[in-house]
Design a binder for this molecule. Sequence first.
Ligand code: PGA
Length: 261
Amino acid sequence: MAATARTPLISGNWKMNHNHFEAIQTVQKLAYLLHADDYEVVDVSVHPPFTDIRSVQTVLEADETPIRIGAQHCYFEEKGAFTGEVSPAMLAKLNVELVIVGHSERREIFGETDELVNQKVKAVFKHAMTPILCCGETLAEREAGGAEEKVSGQVRAGLAGLSAEQVASMVIAYEPIWAIGTGKTATADDAQAMCKVVRDTVAEVAGEEAATSVRIQYGGSVKGSNAAELMAQPDIDGALVGGASLVAEDFAAIVQYRSHG
Ligand code: PGA
């Protein structure tokens, strides 16, 4: 596949961490640590809990900091009697640009199915935001030799009914479940091999052009010390970072992986 200029996307998934005061401190520190030349070569997003998004938006917009605002999930309906849920329209109104969909914690803890994930991907697009569709295998699936099948199945299901243009513009995060929050990172070779499976699957369902454009992130214990090696892989276009995104210095070191490699 021809080499392309896919701008890397480094995303911080805060999960259920940081209240809105801590969120403000973290983005202010991050804004101080990152510089114009970082934003020229890397896209950066933070995905705080819903209760923090308005505060984070206010800080970033007041200072014109080019960190993109992300969400960790949403529901697919516009509005209505869905107690506890947040709609894509509500996120779009807060200038959220990227929404993580189908994170393994949503799938494993909250029972999100491939079908629901696909509905959410479509709803995110409907509100002109970009989905970050997550996929990844468990340790048992990997040990049984089923990693590729699991991941390509999740990608196929997640992309069902999308146009090639939509697929080209989105982000897919490959996150092996056994590497999330465990300190065990996939080797750069394993991560590359699986991200290639993702790209080949995209080529099958949406064509070569979409596969060349889609950005594929690796996620699972990414830190400053391993980011450069992962990012050097031809099919890895970014990172979805959990634990290390909570501390501004640690996350900045990942965003600035070029100088830490
Ligand atoms: P981690 O989480 O970096 O803490 O492993 C990654 C993720 O779940 O997105």
